[in-house]
Write a protein that binds this ligand. Structure first.
Ligand SMILES: [Cu+2]
Length: 351
């Protein structure tokens, strides 16, 4: 029955959000390809002055879209995404203009932090991502989602009239065997409400954050995010001192980051077990050869596909929690002309 109702919905525009000025957003369901297609635009993509650094870039108007809200249309498992960019005539633009793209789910919170779920965190080198049909993120119709993109236009000219299309792949509820529920698990060496980038001192440095797992489960895959001059992002067991995840940064000869690896612990196997009540330490090491502190120059994140031992015990999102409210307020400020300030640093994974 689900597929029948989706076929009916497919040609319909499900939602149109048009603020007074600025981009519009359209959501359609492509039931033959099993994709929710989100199209937003038009955008002006400002080119960056040559000497702009990572932190400055985020603060410059026209380098980040505002938060674009939309509704997820039906019960399904979310299992992948694809990002594309086109000009006003529908001709493809280089998708690397999208520095990073985040999709948030305002109906579910993160496990470790009082912040809304980051469903998608994609970077210019991430490309399209999908997980096997045997797993997926459980979604309900009516979930309030939002997304934003940060641009990286290194050309000499602004690009006007750009349209962003994000295809969100899903598995239907009648899929057999039933997919296993996964949820995103974020671990951050420098989590705070407004920014998770931090100042990078010259020379060798290490930053870490310890936490107790509130709920056990298995990590099926994990990716990382770091900036230039990163050496690695790792996860250690505090008591045993054992390193259980090690993502070594791939850098060029001068230390500029090329990419962060991804690790797969087996989609059918047991995965990497994280134990309830156990202490863990996420750690990011850098070696900054510039001789100077780089303001907001560093980040250290791990993002995994996590199978909780008991899905029902995932902490519920409390809309009255001041931390949740602050997180949402921060997201709402992204890409706004004034007052955005530090908010623009919010990003999860662009490498
Ligand atoms: Cu970053």
């Amino acid at each position: 029955m689900l597929s029948a109702s989706l076929a009916l919905l497919a040609p319909l525009v499900l939602a149109t959000a048009s603020p007074d000025s600025g981009p519009t957003l359209r959501v359609t369901v492509d039931s033959s390809r099993r994709e929710v297609v989100v199209t937003a635009g038009p955008f002006v993509i400002r080119h960056m002055p040559k000497n702009m650094d990572h932190g400055m870039m985020h603060e410059m108007e026209g380098t980040t879209t505002p938060l674009l809200r939309f509704e997820w249309p039906m019960e399904a498992w979310f299992r992948g995404f694809d990002i594309s960019l086109a000009d006003g005539q529908g001709r493809p633009l280089d998708s690397r203009l999208v520095h990073h793209l985040n999709v948030m789910n305002f109906n579910r919170r993160q496990l470790l932090y009082p912040a809304v779920e980051r469903m998608v965190a994609a970077g210019s080198e991430t490309g399209s991502v999908s997980v096997p049909k045997s797993i997926g993120i459980p979604m309900q119709g009516g979930y309030q989602l939002g997304m934003y993109a940060a641009w990286n236009n290194t050309s000499d000219a602004d690009i006007e009239g750009a349209w962003l299309t994000v295809r969100l792949a899903w598995s239907p509820t009648n899929l057999a065997p039933r997919p296993e529920d996964i949820l995103p698990l974020y671990m951050d060496v420098s989590y705070s409400r407004v920014t998770d980038s931090y100042d990078l001192p010259p020379g060798k440095s290490s930053k870490s954050y310890e936490f107790t797992m509130p709920l056990g489960g298995r990590l099926l895959a994990v990716g990382g995010h770091a900036h230039d001059y990163a050496e690695f992002v790792s996860l250690e067991e505090v008591q045993s001192g054992k390193t259980i995840i090690m993502l070594k940064a791939e850098t060029d000869a001068t230390g500029l980051l090329r990419k962060m690896p991804r690790k797969y612990y087996g989609v059918r196997g047991d995965g990497l077990k994280l134990t309830e009540g156990r202490r863990y330490r996420i750690r990011a090491d850098y070696d900054n050869p510039t001789g100077a502190l780089i303001p907001n120059g560093a980040m250290g994140l791990l993002a995994g596909a996590f199978v909780p031992d008991d899905y029902a015990r995932w902490p519920a999102l409390d809309p009255n929690d001041p931390d949740i409210q602050a997180d949402i307020a921060m997201l709402e400020k992204i890409g706004k002309p004034s007052g955005g300030g530090e908010a623009g640093h919010e990003h999860m994974d662009h490498n």
